[in-house]
Design a protein around this ligand. Structure first.
Ligand code: PEP
Length: 254
């Protein structure tokens, strides 16, 4: 069956990247995309805030999209060290990751805070990638579906449309660990997420759902072929252009 949702492969560089090496990585992705000439999928890189503008300039003229890794809920003001969604947009970003589990854990971000950030993204003209996912303890307690349902209800703002929202399912225990759920588990979780999204937006069938957690070049094909998976949010493997492009290549055409 033909794909109805355009695949998105997003790289989350996290707190990695200094000047020349980071720009070389961005250019490597842009050059690789140019050579592959894929026009049926989106590639997005999310560098640290310090590099958003330079990376956006480095990939200008290519189809590579640029995103931030977090934003503040407010457009400006006395919030030392924070970055407004408007600043990301002004730097050349089109997307922003919100509610990554590392933000939820390291900075105590609640569903309400994540929701406010997603609304800020909309205010600035960015598409938020809202991250959700269960911890190992929640999974072992059989609470995965309930946790995902609660996070969707709490983190996704009313008024979401398919053009204005991406959701990333990232089991916390799979991030940076080399462990992944089975393909069937990923498909079941994504089907559940899509069903729950139906309570938030009538466009749930068109919203792009990404899987994230230890996606690599050698497991991408099977994970990306799972039902209701429309792409990947990639951490560690997005720090090498070849590996990131191999994941992008694994998306099945049509
Ligand atoms: C992430 O941090 O979003 C992620 C999926 O990391 P990794 O691919 O390294 O597991």
């Amino acid at each position: 069956m033909a794909r109805t949702r355009r695949p998105l492969i997003a790289g989350n560089w996290k707190m990695n990247g200094l000047g020349a090496d980071a720009l070389a990585l961005a250019k490597g992705v842009a050059d690789g995309l140019g050579k592959a000439a894929w026009n049926d999928r989106d590639l997005l890189v999310c560098p640290p805030a310090t590099l958003v503008m330079a990376v956006a300039q480095a990939v200008r003229g290519s189809a590579v999209l640029v995103g931030g890794q977090d934003c503040h809920a407010k457009p400006s003001g006395a919030h030392t060290g924070d970055i407004a969604a408007e600043m990301l947009r002004d730097s050349g970003a089109a997307f922003v990751i919100v509610g990554h589990s590392e933000r939820r854990t390291d900075h105590g971000e609640t569903d309400a805070a994540v929701r406010a950030k997603a609304e800020a993204a909309w205010r600035a003209g960015l598409v938020p990638i809202v991250c959700i996912g269960e911890t190992l303890a929640e999974r072992e307690a059989g609470r995965t579906f309930a946790v995902l349902a609660g996070q969707i209800k709490g983190s996704v703002p009313a008024g979401a449309t398919a053009a204005k929202l991406v959701v990333a399912y990232e089991p916390v225990w799979a991030i940076g660990t080399g462990k992944t759920p089975t393909v069937a588990e990923v498909a079941n979780a994504h089907a559940h997420i899509r069903k729950e999204l139906g309570g938030v937006t009538a466009e749930a069938p068109q919203v792009r759902l990404l899987y994230g957690g230890s996606v690599k070049g050698d497991n991408a094909a099977e994970l990306l072929a799972a039902g209701d998976v429309d792409g990947a949010l990639v951490g560690g493997a997005s720090l090498k252009a070849d590996e990131f492009l191999a994941i992008a290549k694994a998306v099945q055409r049509g």
